[in-house]
Design a binder for this molecule. Structure first.
Ligand SMILES: [Zn+2]
Length: 319
């Protein structure tokens, strides 16, 4: 290998040759440098080519494991929430609504499901077990969802039943001057004979509002010789109420009625010995004592006093 260098003393370019050891050293140096570059390139290649894929796979694996851990944690949380729902369902809602608790077999209904695992899933125990866990949870949630649907229907029915039940007094306590609480045998005030009295008599001034005691439909509203102006309400669920001797009624047959709605006013029509409301409650077509439905309107002390009064009172105002 030859090259030319500038000689300052002769002011001319002179041929210069690399020979022997110096040349070898130079070749070794270049070779060494080249090997270093190649090794560097190889390392770079290892790091950023095929090893890059491996690193990525490892990173992905780590991310998947983290995701799997979070997924299992979330599944655990959801299982705990579902367990609380099931306990609430069985121990509270079903007790209140008179529904039998679901058996463990019913609670597990459908486990296994229609979803089939792929071969790949079956080969990975970790994923397979999580898959099973999620499937079990899903099935139990579906059963719980159906249970809530059933309870919602029961609740709607109960609410209608509770709203329909004749559960209040037909006249405000503040308007009642006297309550003839006799239900059963009583002395007829005009005929002076013992007859069966099938309701309660509330003495109140003529014109005092009379309230429907539960939701229902007006079965009849008319004038009769005995009851005077009278309203019959059908509450469904085997309950009926009757309101007699009104000065006038303000509802008509077939009209839908809400509890607490004014249906007429106290009077002295029909076979009545004074201004009062004769009130009856019927269950399955038979009169029952309305006093048993008034507790909601009274304090315990007032109710106890009323019951005591009912034992001694044996008169009424209708005949
Ligand atoms: Zn009466």
């Amino acid at each position: 290998m030859a090259r030319y260098i500038y000689n300052k003393e002769t002011c001319a370019y002179e041929r210069y040759e690399l020979k022997g050891k110096a040349l070898r050293n130079r070749i070794y140096a270049i070779l060494g440098f080249s090997l270093t570059i190649a090794f560097g390139a190889y390392i770079t290649f290892l790091n950023y080519s095929k090893p890059l894929d491996l690193l990525e796979v490892e990173r992905n694996n780590a991310n998947l494991r983290t995701a799997w851990f979070h997924l299992n944690f979330r599944l655990g949380e959801t299982e705990q929430k579902l367990k609380a729902f099931i306990e609430e369902d069985d121990q509270n809602y079903r007790v209140i609504l008179d529904a039998a608790p679901l058996s463990p077999i019913e609670r597990q209904a459908g486990v296994g499901g229609a979803i089939r695992k792929t071969k790949a899933l079956e080969e990975h125990a970790l994923i397979s077990s999580t898959f099973d866990r999620a499937l079990r949870l899903n099935n139990r949630l579906m059963v719980q969802n159906e249970s809530f649907d059933e309870l919602q229907k029961l609740l709607d029915k109960k609410l209608r039943q509770w709203a329909s039940r004749p559960a209040i007094q037909p006249i405000d306590n503040r308007d009642v001057l006297h309550l003839h609480t006799t239900f059963g045998m009583r002395l007829n005030p005009v005929l002076k004979i013992w007859t069966l009295h099938k309701g309660l008599d509330f003495t109140a001034p003529t014109g005092t509002p009379i309230y429907a005691t539960g939701d229902g439909v007006v079965q009849d509203a008319y004038h009769s010789d005995s009851f005077g102006n009278v309203v019959f309400i059908d509450h469904g669920f085997d309950f009926e109420t009757r309101y007699a001797h009104m000065v006038k009624f303000i509802v008509a047959r077939g009209e839908k009625i809400k509890r607490g709605q004014v249906i007429g006013y106290v009077g002295n029509t029909g076979r009545s010995a004074g201004e009062h409301l004769h009130y009856e409650v019927l269950y399955k077509g038979t009169q029952i004592n309305p006093i048993n439905f008034f507790q909601r309107d009274l304090s315990n002390k007032e109710y106890k006093k009323l019951l005591e009064f009912a034992k001694t009172e044996n008169s009424s105002l209708d005949y």
